[in-house]
Design a protein around this ligand. Structure first.
Ligand code: UDP
Length: 384
C-alpha cells in the first residue's frame, strides 16, 4: 500500500492528468499509472502519453471502445483487479468519461479512496452522458478537486460529502507547459491550406448522433465567412459518412478536414486560429489560457464551463445554423480585448493537486498522525 494511482483512458484525461504526474514527480511522490485504453485510436490516446511526457502505464487494461454500458462494466472488472494488485493509497480519476466512472466504482468497491480531478462541473443537461458520469463520481469520491469556486458551490449545493478543494484546472498548466515546445516542433502550419481560418471540433454524442444537428453543422462550416480547419474525431467521421455528408465537406474549397491531430499540433491550430467553433469541454477552457486567448462559439445548448462565457471568451450558440453563424460573425467582428487571465487557473493546478495528494497519502500511511489535507480558504470561508 502507499502510492497514488493515476487512472486515465481518453485524450482529455491524459492531457489533464499529465500536469499532476509532473508535479508528483517534482515532489518525489512515486505514483502508479493505469491506462484503460478507452480511446483506442493511436492519435487519440497512446501518442499523447509520450507527447505529454507521461510514463509508460504500469497497467494497460486494453479496453476497446464499445457500447457505453459494456465498456463501463469491463473497465470496472479489470480496473478492480488491477487496483487489488496495486493496493494504492488513493485512486485519482479525472473528468466525466466512462473510464472515470468505472474506475471510481472499482476503487470504491476495493475500499480505495477516490480523488476526483475537475469536480463539480454541471451542465444541468440530462441528455449528456457526461453529466450522469460527473454527478455519480462526485457523490462517491472522498476528495473533490474543483477547478473554480462555482464548481465548489455546485458541490456544496448538492451536499456532495467529499473533502472539497478549489485547485484550478490542470488544462491551463498543460497549455502553458507545452506551448513553446509545440511551437518549436509542430509542423501543422505547413499542412494548412489557409492562413486565416476558423478552427472546428465536434464530437459530442447529442450533436453528431443527431442527423438534424449534424446537417446543420455541415451547413455552418460551408457558410462560414472564413475558411474552416476541422480535425475530425473518428465518431464524427463515421456519422458524416453514413449520412453522405463527408464528401460535401471534403469537396468544399473553404473547408480542410484533418485526421485528429496530436496535442502539440492542436495547440498550434488553436493559437493561429481567428475563432474556434466547438462542442468540446476542454477546448472551451484551453481557449482562455494566456498562450492561446481565443474567442469560442460553443455549439451546444448548455455548458458546464459557464465561466468562459461570463469572462467574455465564449458564447453559447445552441445548434441551429443561423444562431451559430450569427455568433461567429459577431465574434469575428468584436474588437474588444479578451481578459489576460483565465477563469480556470494560472497554471499551478498540477502543483496544488500534487501537494494535496502527497498530504492525503502521507495521512493514510501514518494514521496515528492523520491530518485532514489542507482546506483552501474559500472552503473554510464557505463553511463558516
Ligand atoms: N485535442 C487534440 N487533438 C485534436 C482535438 C482536440 O489534441 O484533434 C485536444 C484538445 O487540446 C483538448 C482535448 O483534446 O485538450 C479535448 O478533447 P475532447 O474534445 O475529445 O474532449 P472533451 O474536452 O470534450 O471532454
Amino acid at each position: 500500500m502507499g502510492k497514488p494511482l493515476i487512472i486515465a483512458g481518453t485524450r482529455p484525461e491524459l492531457i489533464k492528468m499529465a500536469p499532476i504526474a509532473l508535479a508528483l514527480k517534482r515532489q518525489r511522490v512515486h505514483f502508479k499509472f493505469l491506462y484503460t485504453g478507452q480511446h483506442y485510436d493511436h492519435e487519440l490516446s497512446r501518442a499523447f502519453i509520450s507527447e505529454l511526457g507521461l510514463p509508460e502505464p504500469d497497467y494497460d487494461l486494453g479496453i476497446r471502445a464499445g457500447h457505453s454500458a459494456t465498456l463501463t462494466g469491463e473497465v470496472v472488472i479489470r480496473a478492480a483487479q488491477a487496483i487489488r494488485e496495486l493496493d494504492p493509497a488513493l485512486a485519482l480519476v479525472q473528468g466525466d468519461t466512462n473510464t472515470a466512472l468505472a474506475a471510481t466504482i472499482a476503487a470504491i468497491k476495493e475500499k480505495v479512496p477516490v480523488g476526483h480531478v475537475e469536480s463539480g462541473l454541471r451542465s444541468y443537461d440530462w441528455r449528456m452522458p457526461e453529466e450522469h458520469n460527473r454527478r455519480m463520481i462526485d457523490h462517491v469520491s472522498n476528495y473533490l478537486f474543483a477547478p473554480t469556486e462555482r464548481a465548489l458551490l455546485n458541490l456544496f449545493e448538492e451536499k456532495a460529502p467529499g473533502s472539497k478543494h478549489v485547485t484550478g484546472n490542470t488544462v491551463i498548466d498543460a497549455t502553458i507547459n507545452n506551448m513553446s515546445r509545440a511551437e518549436s516542433i509542430s509542423t501543422i502550419s505547413q499542412k494548412l491550406r489557409f492562413r486565416e481560418y476558423v478552427l472546428v471540433t465536434a464530437h459530442r454524442a447529442e450533436n453528431v448522433d443527431d442527423p438534424v444537428v449534424l446537417r446543420s453543422f455541415v451547413e455552418v462550416f460551408q457558410g462560414m465567412p472564413l475558411p474552416v480547419v476541422f480535425p475530425v474525431h473518428p465518431r464524427t467521421v463515421n456519422r458524416l459518412r453514413s449520412l453522405g455528408l463527408l464528401r460535401k465537406l471534403t469537396s468544399h474549397r473553404n473547408v480542410q478536414l484533418l485526421p485528429p491531430v496530436g496535442y502539440f499540433d492542436f495547440l498550434i491550430l488553436m493559437k493561429r486560429s481567428s475563432l474556434i467553433l466547438t462542442d468540446s469541454g476542454g477546448v472551451q477552457e484551453e481557449a482562455t489560457s494566456p498562450p492561446i486567448r481565443k474567442r469560442v462559439v460553443v455549439m451546444r445548448n448548455s455548458t458546464e464551463r459557464p465561466e468562459a462565457v461570463e469572462w467574455g471568451f465564449a458564447r453559447l450558440a445552441g445548434t441551429s445554423k443561423q444562431e451559430i453563424i450569427r455568433c461567429a460573425v459577431g465574434m469575428l467582428e468584436t474588437r474588444t480585448k479578451l481578459p489576460s487571465k483565465s477563469p480556470f487557473g494560472d497554471g499551478s493546478s498540477g502543483k496544488t493537486i500534487g501537494r494535496l495528494v502527497a498530504e492525503i497519502v502521507e495521512s493514510r500511511l501514518r494514521p496515528s498522525q492523520a491530518q485532514q489535507p489542507t482546506q483552501f480558504s474559500v472552503v473554510s470561508a464557505l463553511r463558516d
